[in-house]
Design a protein around this ligand. Structure first.
Ligand SMILES: [Zn+2]
Ligand SMILES: [Zn+2]
Length: 768
């Protein structure tokens, strides 16, 4: 370096670099090293230029790559070097700069950090008891973002100009809230309202607490939408909550403090870690025998879903009430969550007895995430607050194709955008079967396209034409115009696993779920596929069986049982059951029984399926566990619960045969469940408990998975589809495969259910 010159290092950083205190962290590091220059947000991420000696700049770069700022994820760091005239200036954070495209990633909402939590509860702090406390490291992000980049003016906080004290903290490099976009305090931040009337923070919380103690239902404005809260020991309150929501049985989650958690659950170490993480998800944990919650919270399930407070307001409410609360989305079952106290006034009034709201507008609705710990890794059951938007870098599978939009399936609506460097997955947007569900889905996807300033050239959907998402894809592709691609459901499931793990080349995997349209027009869901290139080959399938009543069988597991009996025993199925005491057949209403008998005479083969979800249903019904369902996967969850209890009680439980047979006619392996059915019916005859038989059922399935892997001679097997939300099944499969030297891979960041399909669908687009 000649005298009078120094080096400038320029970096354009993409990835998750906004809304997480990235620029302040860069400022601190640069200042510490005595470097000059500047840093700014732009629509691609963060751009910075550092001035100093070459060795110092090298040190900075090395540190940045080795130890990136908390919560950040940088992709594609390409340093640019040039020599410049010397000129020492302090390092500065400068206003946002325009840049082509909007590939910056949006940070998810993060729960309060330790430092903010301590301040919230410290009477000497000026933010003591202030519900909207946050800092550069924590607080809402996605839920209040209007447009990129993540700057205060582009969020709901634009309505709350900072007071002089907050402005001074914002400008002070020594302060924790240096350049924190969500900085605010009691003097300048949002106010609380109790039943739409502005209330003092203390008054609002007091009124809400009184309502809850009196057995009322509270609607509370949470991070991504309103939540309904109630006392989990108050049976009548829970009964009203369930009837108003139209949610008769599906378990309800709890909001709890760390201390109270130990009284209601027995969390394992990793479960506790997940629970305490900044994601603050609802975590499924084993309930304590004396949890002291009403049976209306989660029925007889051995698990409870519990979350920690995700916002200052939830934290303060919990401090006031001083005991766990039921906490569930404020919506009618199957519809989007309420998020606007004015627009959703009638809905909130019909659901709750009191409304505690505030002026910080929720821009992007998002539900709480639901997770569990299984097979040594996190398992995402619902991708929501804290996790979404979820971005997978495309480096492993470089994408030269133009922007693409994939719209997923139906019951767990979600979409994904292929951007320049990432595939970005939306939160789980719920069931698209209702009109408002489908509208919410469409408007959210349009908002995302606008925000990232992209127009998709490809629109990808499931092959099922009657899904709302497929209709939307068709309509959108015509109006843009864009090219269309339809991807088989189970292929997309396995492609999602490949996307998460950065796999390419031929792969073999299982896709086990409730239903997806197969190539032959029947419902698939117990499949083993071999993926290669753009296509796939069906390697194995579950022996198919009729589903009497088609769609009705989704709500009535007892119908799946009838289909299985018919398939296995033909017209003599009744004789096979004769000596057994199963409450199954008598669970049908008399009129249905007569109709079913009639239809059996003329054949019920109209609807056939090879669905693993329906196989769970059929066994659950025959074991007397579940005859009808009010929510998806209810029967499978009940079977898993029973089997887990049998396992923990150490009940003896055999593994029954579920042979893999070669079908020469179809050129495919078939898992024949008929011997398993025969064995389970024998077990019932011998008065083996339904719990032990449930466990045997799970063990037999896991063995069937191992058999498949061995028949194919693979050393790696992908596991995909909603059936693997079942912890017992997943763990048994992973262990069984491990014992024969086969590595199992499954989704650990993406949900393993249909909400991950859009990512798999994107992977199916032909590379140009
Ligand atoms: Zn904080
Ligand atoms: Zn202030």
């Amino acid at each position: 370096m000649s005298s009078g010159t120094e080096w400038a290092l320029q970096l354009q950083l993409s990835g998750r670099v906004q809304g997480i205190g990235f620029r302040p962290a860069i400022h601190r590091r640069a200042t510490r090293l005595g470097l000059g220059g500047w840093v700014a947000n732009n629509t691609s991420g963060v751009i910075l230029e550092l001035h100093g000696s070459r060795p110092q700049l090298e040190v900075f770069l090395k540190q940045l790559l080795r130890d990136p700022p908390t919560h950040s994820r940088m992709d594609q760091v390409q340093p640019g070097w040039r020599q410049i005239p010397c000129g020492k200036r302090p390092f500065r954070i400068v206003p946002s700069q325009p840049s082509p495209g909007s590939s910056a990633l949006i940070a998810p909402d993060l729960a309060l950090c330790r430092a903010c939590l301590a301040e919230l509860l410290d009477p000497s702090n000026r933010r003591f008891g202030y519900p909207f406390i946050s800092c550069a490291q924590c607080g809402p992000r996605y839920s209040l973002l209007q447009t990129l980049p993540f700057e205060r003016d582009n969020t709901s906080f634009s309505a709350f100009p900072p007071c002089p004290t907050c402005a001074a903290e914002y400008a002070n490099p020594e302060d924790r809230r240096f350049h924190a976009q969500t900085i605010s305090c009691p003097a300048c931040g949002p106010s609380l309202s109790w039943n739409q009337r502005i209330a003092d923070y203390g008054e609002g919380l007091q009124a809400a607490t009184q309502l809850l103690r009196a057995g009322g239902i509270l609607a509370l404005q949470g991070v991504g939408g309103f939540q309904l809260l109630a006392d989990p020991t108050h049976g009548q309150a829970l009964a009203r909550l369930r009837s108003r929501k139209g949610r008769p049985e599906k378990p309800l989650a709890l909001l709890s403090s760390r201390v109270a958690l130990e009284e209601i659950c027995r969390p394992s170490e990793p479960e506790l870690e997940l629970w305490q993480s900044p994601l603050a998800p609802i975590v499924l944990m084993r309930r304590s025998p004396d949890a002291g919650v009403d049976a209306r919270v989660a029925g007889s399930s051995p698990w409870l879903g519990v979350m920690r407070p995700a916002s200052g307001l939830q934290q303060l409410l919990l401090e006031h009430v001083d005991s766990p609360l039921v906490c569930t989305s404020a919506n009618r079952s199957g519809e989007p969550i309420a998020a606007d106290v004015n627009a959703d006034e009638a809905l909130l009034a019909s659901l709750a007895d009191g409304v505690l709201s505030h002026g910080l507008r929720i821009v992007n609705r998002i539900d709480d995430s639901v997770m569990r710990w299984a097979a040594g890794a996190p398992l995402v059951l619902r991708l929501g607050r804290g996790l979404a938007p979820l971005a997978l870098p495309t480096q492993a599978q470089p994408c030269s194709a133009p922007v693409q939009l994939a719209v997923g399936a139906q019951v767990k609506g979600a979409f994904a955008l292929q951007l320049k460097t990432h595939r970005v997955l939306s939160p789980d947007l719920g069931d698209l079967s209702s009109r408002c569900g489908a509208e919410h889905f469409e408007s959210t996807s349009r908002t995302w396209m606008r925000r990232h300033a992209v127009t998709p050239r490809w629109i990808v959907s499931d092959r099922h034409r009657s899904y709302s998402s497929s209709a939307y894809a068709e309509h959108l592709s015509q109006s843009l115009p864009a090219r269309r691609l339809q991807v088989q459901h189970h292929q997309a499931h396995l492609l999602a696993v490949m996307a998460e793990h950065g796999l390419s080349g031929a792969q073999c995997g299982l896709a086990w779920d409730g239903s997806g349209l197969g190539d032959d027009g029947t419902i698939w869901g117990g499949e083993a596929l071999e993926l290669e290139g753009d296509g796939y080959r069906r390697v194995a399938t579950l022996r198919s069986f009729p589903l009497p009543g088609g769609e009705r069988a989704l709500r009535e597991p007892r119908r799946a049982a009838l289909g299985m009996l018919l398939e296995a025993y033909g017209p003599n199925w009744r004789a096979r059951l004769q000596p057994l005491e199963t409450p199954w057949w008598s669970a049908f209403p008399e009129a249905d029984r007569a109709l079913l008998e009639q239809s059996l005479v003329c054949g019920v083969n109209r609807h056939r399926c090879s669905s693993m979800g329906r196989l769970f249903d059929g066994f659950a019904a025959l074991l007397g566990v579940q005859q009808t369902c009010s929510f998806e996967a209810q029967a499978a969850m009940a079977l898993e619960g029973l089997a887990t209890q049998a396992l923990e009680r150490g009940e003896a439980s055999p593994t029954y045969p579920l042979p893999l047979e070669w079908s020469a006619a179809e050129g495919i392996w078939v898992w024949n469940w008929a011997p398993l059915l025969e064995a389970v019916l024998n077990g019932l005859g011998e008065h083996i408990s339904p719990a032990a038989l449930s466990l045997a059922f799970h063990q037999s399935l896991a063995q069937a998975v191992v058999n498949l892997a061995q028949s194919q001679g693979v050393d790696q097997l992908l596991l995909a589809g909603g059936c693997f939300q079942n912890k017992l099944l997943l763990e048994r499969c992973v262990l069984g495969l491990q014992q024969v030297g086969v590595r199992a891979l499954w989704c650990q960041q993406l949900p393993c259910n249909d909400a991950s399909l859009p990512i798999g669908q994107l992977l199916a687009v032909p590379q140009i």
